[in-house]
Design a protein around this ligand. Structure first.
Ligand SMILES: O=C(O)Cc1cc(O)ccc1O
Ligand SMILES: [Fe+2]
Length: 460
């Protein structure tokens, strides 16, 4: 389904701004004026509130939207558990992915995950690692997805477990959400909040990428501190959809002939209902709880102009804070092309052990300090350096950087790695460790087995 220019203009008139209060109506007059829930909302619509935070959350954290729709979301037959679409999602009980995690202090790296022909975005979503529990609204999980086809046009998906940050690596995602359309390409990301229903279409062939689900809290822009009032990801570059709707429904919720499958991820288990009316019937909405996208190319990368390699927090796009200031349940950090000018500096990442866990992926190109090629860190692959697991440049990269002439140099041209950094010790799922068959053997030995001793008792 290629997207025509006309459709493009109609579908993708975004509203710009992070954490803004927007209103959008696909039909003029669909939004009630000065009221949220009048006795009879305009145009015979139903008013439905979608809460993203507790009703009583403080104002600066409070998130909600009012949806004006043809039929309310509750009008559906009961949900039933779906038989497992893949091994990492869909089963309850002892098979539950978060109950079978492997906590491994070894450094782990994965070859690029396979493309899958027979899956859509939901059946091709695999939990690789995670920590916590969606039932307690604690923790987060890291996923990869591989989809060979669009979701059925009569289907929708939502997660009751958390907000999903999607990082496409290959293939375009044309996402129809309850609140309008988002077109998300590699080098762009999107966030779909908990509960928002959506359908992922693939207008340009197979898609593969990464995702992070936040069971707890939500993404905010990082503090800028002494950087000042602009820099890193700027608020105006985040884009929200405009209202767009389908009209397919019967006279009442349960007559009509058309059937729409709505699949919910509820404590990581998929449940499905088949209802008679389209879930994409929101004619207008207003609020600050909405899906959004961001073009990583707009990231204003900041770094040293004197010496030493700064902490990677300087590259944070979005941060999901815990209750402890400065410590995140997850940060989304990118390593875009940038100039390195540090004098008398070891320019690649230093060797380190981190109290946070670091899950990394590569959208395109290469990553300084890691060899590419087969068995290396390559686009579509991943790595996990867990809490206090030592890591850093491989031996070859270390020698190169140690001996490099320190002229100003641009690194990462055409590249972009990213990191999901979490204060939690993440466990790897069975799928991530075994089923996917992508874990690189001897990653640690290949990388650091031949680090040389440079030590001399006396300096010359
Ligand atoms: O381990 C990594 O490659 C990620 C990383 C990058 C960096 O520039 C500094 C610290 C860090 O963990
Ligand atoms: Fe690191």
């Amino acid at each position: 389904m290629p997207v025509t220019n006309f459709e493009f203009k109609e579908k993708y008139q975004y509203r710009n701004g992070f954490d803004s209060y927007f209103e959008s109506e696909a039909v003029p007059g669909a939004l009630p004026v000065g009221h949220n829930s009048p006795q009879k909302p305009p145009l015979g619509l139903y008013a439905e509130k979608l809460s993203g935070t507790a009703f009583t959350a403080p104002r600066h954290e409070n998130k909600q939207s009012w949806l004006y729709r043809i039929l309310p979301a509750c009008a559906h037959p009961p949900f039933a558990e779906v038989s497992a679409p893949n091994e990492s999602l869909g089963r309850g009980g002892a098979e539950h992915p978060l109950r079978k995690l492997h906590h491994i202090p070894n450094q782990l790296r994965w070859d690029p995950f396979d493309h899958e022909e027979d899956t859509d975005f939901v059946s091709g979503l695999h939990m690789v690692a995670g920590a916590g529990d969606p039932t307690l609204k604690q923790g987060c999980a890291m996923y990869v997805y591989a989809a060979g086809r669009s979701m059925d046009e009569r289907s929708a998906f939502y997660s009751a477990d958390g907000d999903l940050l999607v990082v496409p690596q290959e293939g375009v995602l044309d996402i129809k959400t309850e609140m309008g359309w988002l077109l998300v390409r590699p080098m762009e990301i999107c966030v779909i909040p908990r509960g928002v229903r959506y359908q992922v279409r693939l207008p340009a062939g197979p898609a593969r990428g990464y995702a992070l689900e936040l069971f707890q809290g939500r993404f905010v822009l990082p503090e800028l501190g002494p950087i000042g009032s602009n820099g890193l990801a700027n608020a105006r570059d985040f884009q929200a959809p405009v209202a767009s709707f389908d009209e397919d429904c019967g006279e009442t919720a349960f007559d009509g002939v058309n059937e729409y499958a709505v699949t919910g991820k509820f404590n990581n288990v998929l449940h499905r209902t088949v209802q008679r009316h389209t879930p994409f019937d929101v004619v207008a909405w207003h609020g600050n709880y909405y899906p959004y996208k961001y073009d990583l190319g707009r990231f204003n990368t900041i770094g040293t102009i004197s010496f030493d390699h700064p902490d990677p927090s300087i590259f944070t796009v979005l941060s999901a804070p815990s209750d402890h200031p400065g410590t995140s349940i997850a940060d989304f950090v990118i390593f875009p092309p940038r100039w390195l000018v540090g004098e008398d500096t070891f320019r690649p990442p230093w060797y380190h052990r981190n109290t946070m866990s670091e899950f990394m992926g590569l959208i395109q190109g290469g990553y300084d300090a890691k060899k590419g090629g087969k068995g290396g860190f390559v686009p579509g692959g991943a790595s996990l350096h867990n809490v206090m697991s030592g890591h850093g440049p491989d031996a070859e990269s270390y020698e190169g950087a140690r001996n490099a002439e320190l002229k100003p140099a641009k690194v990462g041209e055409g590249s972009c790695a990213f990191m999901f950094e979490s204060c939690l010790m993440v466990g790897v799922t069975d799928w991530g460790l075994k089923t996917c068959q992508k874990v690189q053997e001897a990653y640690s030995e290949h990388s650091w087995g031949s680090v040389k001793v440079h030590w001399k008792k006396t300096s010359v």
